[in-house]
Design a protein around this ligand. Structure first.
Ligand code: GLA
Length: 384
């Protein structure tokens, strides 16, 4: 386990709590969580671990192992303010969550913590949601005030909005919090209800991290969200749910090319999630692959959030072929870099991995971080 003993080495005492928060990969339903669509992520077996204990004074001390700081970063509760510059990007999430619990009336007192992780950061695998959720659980354990999984996710999402400046949806925080071993989460972002669908035996999930760092805070994510809102105003609708591709076609002229394509992605992706969930229930493997491919093309052409490396990897996966066990492949997460997700017959996962690694080395002259991922339970406590 990744977090073991870092706390003791740093603070010369035993931690009183250890939290493990997984990353997530999204099977389908991209850029529609903030539009009230349904999404289908899984929590993955790569974790961020936080070991923590109450601080002996009023100072918080947080040591992120492997993040290039030589010792704990210190702050006091008054520092956790919107607009404050904590000097480290990761600390914004910590500030945001502390501030969220205080706003919810929880008396948060200072704690010490060591953070370690085997979850790649900036890879579109929700390392920030894992950090937020882990800090949330530490606060709950130390204060004894437990939040419901949805309320916790909402506090974490707000931390991201207010402290990191990313107007994200709720998918990542709920996937990290409510994932279930062997299952995909089917989350309805219009009312935050969810269920779990089993991933059929014999299907493996392969993650391929391009190493191209995505920075959702750089404004493109916000622009996509705003374009969708502008499209809805023109369509005189509150939501894309209930609109059909025909409705978007009919409004083509009023929308103009850009908003038309953004709206078409929203509506078609919502339909694809529904079809994907039915295909998964019925084990219709060919339909899963077709829907993943269409999702990728829509993100690439209509929503314009892909990049050369993601497109190359998805094409390389389809070149590997259904006859050799490929089920489907697409970019996953916010885009502009990050990772692809492929579904593959379990016995072919290793050869697909080797195929993608070879392709990436030859085409982009860099190493691909590619690994088989399984669906795990959401964040929780581990024994100390
Ligand atoms: C990021 C956001 C999510 C979601 C995805 C795209 O991961 O944090 O809320 O919008 O992008 O599906």
């Amino acid at each position: 386990m990744s977090g073991m003993n870092h706390f003791t080495a740093c603070f010369q005492s035993a931690p009183s709590v250890r939290v493990e928060a997984p990353g997530r990969i999204n099977l389908i339903g991209e850029h529609i969580d903030y539009l009230g669509g349904c999404v289908m992520p899984i929590a993955i077996d790569r974790h961020l671990t936080v070991e923590a204990g109450v601080s002996p004074d009023n100072t918080f001390r947080i040591f992120p192992v492997g993040l290039g700081v030589s010792g704990p970063v210190e702050f006091v509760i008054e520092d956790c303010k919107i607009g404050a510059d904590p000097g480290h990007a990761w600390l914004r999430y910590v500030f945001g969550v502390i501030s969220g619990y205080r706003a919810a009336g929880v008396q948060v007192s200072a704690f010490e913590a060591a953070i370690s992780t085997d979850l790649p950061t900036g890879a579109g695998l929700s390392s920030s949601a894992a950090l937020e959720t882990a800090v949330a659980l530490v606060i709950e354990a130390l204060t004894g005030v437990e939040q419901d999984v949805v309320d916790r996710a909402l506090i974490c999402q707000k931390a991201e909005h207010d402290f990191a400046g990313v107007p994200c949806g709720i998918m990542d925080q709920l996937a990290v919090g409510a994932g279930k071993e062997g299952h995909a989460l089917l989350l309805d972002c219009s009312d935050l209800s969810f269920s779990h669908l089993p991933i059929p035996r014999g299907i493996s999930v392969l993650t391929a991290d391009t190493g191209v760092k995505h920075a959702l805070g750089d404004g493109e994510y916000r622009k996509r969200r705003e374009s969708c809102e502008s499209a809805l105003t023109i369509l005189k609708a509150d939501s894309f749910r209930g609109l059909s591709p025909g409705d978007i076609d009919a409004a083509g002229e009023a929308l103009g090319d850009l908003l038309f394509r953004r709206a078409r992605h929203a509506v078609t992706e919502m339909a694809r999630v529904e079809a994907f969930a039915s295909a998964l229930k019925r084990g219709e493997v060919a339909a899963l692959g077709r829907l993943m491919r269409e999702s990728h093309e829509s993100l690439r052409d209509d929503f314009e959030v892909s990049c050369e490396e993601l497109d190359g990897l998805v094409e390389a996966a389809y070149d590997f072929g259904a006859d050799r066990g490929l089920i489907g492949s697409r970019m996953t997460g916010g885009g502009f870099g990050g990772s692809t997700v492929s579904l593959v017959a379990t016995e072919s996962a290793q050869s697909l991995k080797e195929h993608l690694e070879k392709f990436y080395r030859e085409k982009f002259a860099r190493e691909l971080n590619c690994f088989v991922t399984s669906a795990v339970d959401g964040a929780g406590f581990d024994s100390v």
